[in-house]
Design a protein. Structure first.
Length: 158
């Protein structure tokens, strides 16, 4: 039995695909294979990928990429990490928004902050985030240059 949940909904000229859970060797992505048109994947609740799950994921996205326009929203750090390491991880799809784990060194607050890819690309860095508790500037809990590689050096297949 697969450790993921897939919800597919039609919304305003596109198909919203929401995936949550763990993408591993038991993953069944067959429900995605018949989709066409503009697909928007919400990956907010994907907790992790293992190597077998990555292979299945890439194979399905390559098939979809031939007949669909792919975009990805609310990509968590686990997705960004894979995207930065694996060529073709999101086929030729575009990341529209992503999360970054932000840390406040002053009061030890940690939050997952949602970033707009277009805004970050225009700034060529993450937009500033202030802590809700102490109002001071927060820092990404990773090397920002490495984390944003997907914006500067896309790992898309062509």
């Amino acid at each position: 039995m697969s450790g993921i949940d897939i919800k597919i909904q039609q919304q305003a000229g596109r198909t919203q695909v929401t995936i949550s859970g763990v993408v591993d060797e038991s993953v069944d992505l067959a429900s995605l294979k018949g989709l066409t048109g503009h697909l928007e994947f919400n990956l907010k609740d994907v907790r992790r990928f293992n190597s077998a799950g990555v292979r299945v994921w890439i194979d399905v996205l390559r098939e979809l990429d031939e007949k669909c326009q792919l975009s990805f929203v609310e990509c968590p750090a686990t997705v960004i990490d894979q995207l930065n390491m694996i060529n073709g991880f999101l086929a030729s799809g575009a990341v529209r928004s992503f999360y970054g784990v932000m840390i406040c060194e002053h009061c030890d607050t940690e939050v997952d902050h949602l970033f707009d890819t277009k805004e970050c690309r225009e700034l060529d860095r993450l937009e500033p985030v202030n802590c809700d508790k102490c109002k001071r500037k927060m820092d990404l809990d990773a090397d920002e240059d490495q984390y944003l590689l997907f914006m500067r050096e896309p790992t898309r297949i062509h």
